[in-house]
Design a protein. Sequence first.
Length: 311
Amino acid sequence: MTNVPVSSSAPQAGKPRKKRKSAFSTRKVDHVYYWMAVPAAVVFAVFLYVPFIQGVGYSFTNSQGYGQSKFIGLKNYFALFIDNRVGHAYLFTFLIAVAITILVNLIAMFLAVALNGKILFKNGFRAIFFIPYTLAVLVIGYVFKYIFMTPLPEIGQALHINWLSQSLLTSEHYAWVPIVFLAVWQSVAYSTLIYLAGLQTIDGEIYEAASIDGVNPWQRFWQITFPLIGPFFTINLVLSMKNAFGTFDQVMALTQGGPDSSTETVTYLIYTNGLTGGEYAYETANAVLFFIVLAIIAFIQLKFFGNKEKI
């Protein structure tokens, strides 16, 4: 019989096989990254998480923001659900947030597609549309307040438009219009910038192939452009709705919650009653509840539109 040579790579009997070291076990971690990350985490904890936890604690007391207080349990939260003023503020905030989010994304997407095309003075137009985002909302709000109080009613009277003949800011039915208008005017710029960034990631060869196949502009947008910028649409949707729910400066500058508390948003109510109305703990509970509502809405948005992107 001929002897079969044994390969040197074969495991020898009686000797345990050595475990192969993974790349993670042999990789050296640079401690510089810890020195960069840990201080940032400490700053976040001190200025964000610690005040938040303290605020949650205040919501279970009867504190007025100063002096002594005592623990009252969930009484503040129970009172919120039977407070008609708080309920109206949540309903009004939700309605204008939906309107602002829809208008901002429609206008921003239209402008982004237009500014991404082959037009003259493209960079100049981008700068012009971005200017509103650089202006302070509270300051520019007073300018719009003058416009809605004086010139616009005069135009309505000249054109014999009844609902426009008086200031919209003094009408319980139309006072929300200036708030939404100012919020959309100021927010469109940032959303347009995000959509432009998404459009820059699309390869031009895809459009060339589509044009050869005879795809019209409308089909090109819905079948190519919109699906490819889906992640950017999700980001814009979440950010624009979050900002819309936090509408405060517009209300402060234009209506201050009036007329007859018809334009009070949740954030404005928390500010006026919590910091100046002596209901610190009560409105702190309102702020905690509002945070939970925003977190749930953001989770639903990310879950729903995230699944749409995978289809």
